[in-house]
Design a binder for this molecule. Structure first.
Ligand code: APR
Length: 239
């Protein structure tokens, strides 16, 4: 096999890449959606109904960021970005900051970020790692009672979708890591890439995702083990 250098790599990540860092996934056997009804904590209607409950749900997850550490999978992707000759873009569904803390820079958080909050009145987004509640005042417009997590809820538009679709059209390698492939639009990315007939598509996951049959290559196991091996191969000019 000759040395292959991919010019533009797009990597989609999901909760599975952060599972070994101690942050829960959503749909595994003890996942978040087995403990909470997502309609209560991940929809605008749920926030409208009981903002205090939703604040506490995200405050607890934000506090979890203080102890979670990036794992070998996050570090391997940061190394790929630093050492690979071509462009490497991570599109993450995750709202944790483990990719950044591992050193990744070319990164899109399509579902927002736990470490940011947004004013429901003036839309200003600010970095904030502490708890918020219904009395939190917006540092920009000064109003209280309208602050929310800067997280995309079901029924809301994911962020930077134009940039993401452009990157998917242009890539020659698409890798999906640690996602069940059940939530759109991310679940549809591999089909978009396949229509371009140019890119190699690879799934790295613990178990086959819903979209596994759409990928040309599959590797199954823990992200902290299979992602570093995959990155080493890419940097050697394989697969
Ligand atoms: N290594 C690799 N993959 C893993 C690991 C691991 N250690 N542990 C779990 N996984 C895989 C599971 O097999 C599963 O396919 O990670 C995936 C997690 O799937 P979900 O819990 O559905 O998480 P995700 O796909 O990221 O969910 C997408 O749903 O609720 C929304 O906004 C939320 O961004 C989230 C979106």
């Amino acid at each position: 096999m000759g040395v292959k250098t991919y010019r533009r790599i797009v990597i989609l990540t999901g909760a599975g890449i952060s599972a070994e860092s101690g942050l829960g996934t959503f749909r595994d056997k003890d996942g978040l959606w087995t403990k909470y009804d997502l309609r209560d904590v991940a929809t605008p209607e749920g926030f409208e109904r009981n903002p205090a409950f939703v604040h506490e749900f995200y405050n607890a997850r934000r506090r979890g960021l203080l102890t979670a550490q990036p794992n070998a999978a996050h570090h391997a992707l940061a190394r790929l970005e630093a050492e690979h000759a071509g462009e490497v873009l991570i599109v993450t569904q995750n709202v944790d900051d483990l990719h950044e803390r591992a050193g990744s820079r070319n990164l899109i958080h399509m579902h927002g970020e736990l470490a940011r909050i947004r004013c429901g009145r003036c839309e200003t987004v600010t970095e904030h790692r502490g708890d918020i509640d219904t009395a939190t005042v917006c540092g920009h417009c000064g109003r209280a009672g309208a602050m929310r997590p800067h997280v995309v809820w079901f029924g809301e538009m994911p962020l930077l979708m134009d940039e993401i679709h452009e990157a998917l059209e242009a890539c020659d390698l698409f890798v999906s890591i640690g996602t069940s492939g059940t939530v759109y639009p991310a679940a549809g990315f591999v089909a978009q890439v396949r229509r371009g007939r140019r890119a190699l598509t690879v799934e790295l996951n613990l178990d086959p995702s819903d979209g596994h049959s759409l990928f040309a290559q599959h590797r199954y196991g823990n992200a902290s083990e299979i992602v570093p091996v995959f990155v080493d191969e890419l940097l050697r000019g394989e697969p």
